[in-house]
Ligand binder design. Structure first.
Ligand code: NAP
Length: 252
């Protein structure tokens, strides 16, 4: 390691990334400089401990250059499991810049005996089977994900977003509810009951922050169209904060 403070870049945008940014100085004191990078998708991102930078890097080349210019010594990719491009870019850029990289990734949810899931590979497949499953659907697929449901008539969608949409959503019949996780079971139940939800479409994002909607669907006996996450990037991986802290400790 260099004779300056080692520099950790956390690729963020998730609760896990924010937790790691907070836990790293607690564990290592001032022995490490931490920067968290956000894409800039939400208008008012929550504060994170340490330094925050916002906005794309400009692909693999841009990220590799950034790693070198900012003298980054290690990268933890703690991005959302469905944010596939930045994870692929991180793998390639870290190879180019010879910077060690760890993936901090949640484990996907697993259906239990009381769950009524229809597993699908992607959003188009979810849209294809949805009309036979429900007419009042909680659509939890991210703001870009709604485009796959554009041509579905006869379905009322409830779409949750962090920021109000800047333009009308490309859906025939919908209602937007605003909210930022984590969500608890009581408020999810209220939402499902008030909106008379009869089916849920969810990406299998794993983790605890958004699992309450899955629990509520199980409780109400509702079908869930569960979209599988994209393939994992190769590389060293942990699924909990402690594993990431140990890896950081090994690097400094
Ligand atoms: P994506 O498709 O993998 O990334 C698209 C582009 O956004 C990347 O090529 C990169 O631009 C930029 N980018 C993404 N994450 C970045 C980061 N942490 N720092 C700097 N630039 C970043 O990602 P996405 O699905 O649009 O998600 C964007 C961010 O939101 C991710 O950081 C993710 O952790 C967070 N998030 C996503 C979801 C989701 O549903 N996808 C949910 C919760 C949070 P350049 O190529 O120009 O570098």
């Amino acid at each position: 390691m260099p004779d300056r403070e080692p520099h950790l870049l956390i690729l963020g945008g998730t609760a896990e990334a924010a937790a790691l940014a907070a836990a790293t100085p607690q564990r290592f004191g001032g022995r490490i400089a931490v920067t968290t990078s956000l894409a800039g998708r939400t208008r008012a991102p929550l504060a994170v401990a340490g330094t925050m930078r916002v906005g794309g890097f400009g692909g693999v080349e841009g990220l590799a250059t950034w790693l070198e210019t900012a003298r980054v010594d290690m990268v933890v990719d703690a991005t959302h499991p469905f944010a596939a491009r930045i994870s692929a870019n991180a793998r390639q850029a870290c190879t180019v810049a010879a910077v060690p990289r760890l993936i901090l990734a949640r484990r996907p949810w697993i259906a239990g005996p009381d769950d009524n899931w229809r597993g699908v590979a992607d959003l188009d497949s979810a849209a294809a089977i949805l009309p036979e499953l429900g007419k009042r659907v909680f659509l939890s697929v991210g703001s870009q994900g709604v485009y796959a449901f554009t041509r579905l008539g006869g379905v009322h969608f409830v779409v949750r977003m962090i920021d109000p949409p800047v333009e009308a959503l490309p859906l025939d019949d919908y209602m937007v509810v605003l909210g930022r996780g984590p969500f608890d079971e009581a408020s999810e139940l209220r939402l499902f009951e008030d909106a008379r939800i009869d089916a849920l479409v969810s990406r299998n994002s794993g983790g605890t922050a958004t699992i309450a909607k899955i629990t509520v669907a199980r409780r109400l006996g509702l079908p869930v169209v569960m979209v599988a996450p994209p393939p994992l990037e190769p590389g060293l991986r942990v699924d909990a904060l402690e594993g990431a802290l140990q890896w950081i400790g090994d690097q400094i």
